[in-house]
Write a protein that binds this ligand. Structure first.
Ligand SMILES: CC(C)(COP(=O)(O)OP(=O)(O)OC[C@H]1O[C@@H](n2cnc3c(N)ncnc32)[C@H](O)[C@@H]1OP(=O)(O)O)[C@@H](O)C(=O)NCCC(=O)NCCS
Length: 149
């Protein structure tokens, strides 16, 4: 694995939306729109953070909280920088932010074919608890994972 670049984190801002949209388009077949990303950055019930390298956004994650629970919306790293430990740093930041805000359990869904994401979640001890058959495009299963922080 290449050496992890120097990364800093901060809360997502509405003006980040265009840069986030570019990463969304690389990462997901149904990307969030710029207006959804702008709304996410303003949502009072969201925990949404970006990873920066040399002043540029290189990754991000977001979740919606409800009391002590968090539902992860997305986590993504710019495609040319994957496999260098940035996803791991994003997940560490997510867990630290949750602890700090009193969120003690996380839920997420992931495509059954998404080996890198599944490896990242399992590295952080997320456990699969269920499956939604043909959830994506009526063809691909969603694996449901949870973590008690
Ligand atoms: C999932 C994602 C965020 C991981 O980011 P990343 O920066 O590549 O992650 P890291 O380099 O920190 O690697 C984390 C772990 O994932 C695993 N991993 C990384 N790349 C992998 C690959 N191509 N295949 C299998 N496992 C992989 C490894 O287990 C690695 O841990 P290790 O190096 O300690 O063994 C990134 O692949 C991504 O943005 N994917 C597209 C968006 C996406 O699918 N998000 C999840 C939606 S549910």
């Amino acid at each position: 694995m290449a050496e992890t670049p120097e990364i800093t984190f901060r809360d997502m801002q509405p003006s980040d939306a265009p840069a986030l949209y570019q990463i969304e388009c690389e990462a997901f077949s149904a990307p969030w729109s710029i207006s959804s990303l702008t709304a996410l950055a303003c949502a009072p019930n969201a925990v949404a953070r970006v990873a920066l390298c040399g002043g540029e956004i290189v990754g991000y994650y977001s979740l919606y909280r409800s009391f002590e629970e968090g539902d992860v919306n997305n986590i993504a790293v710019r495609s040319d920088l994957r496999g260098q430990g940035i996803g791991t740093l994003l997940m560490q930041d997510m867990l630290a932010a949750c602890k700090q805000k009193g969120i003690d359990r996380l839920f997420l869904e992931v495509r059954a074919s998404n080996a890198p994401a599944i490896a990242l979640y399992e590295k952080f001890s997320f456990k699969q608890y269920s499956i939604r058959k043909k959830y994506y495009d009526a063809t691909e299963d969603a694996l449901q994972y949870a973590l008690l922080i």
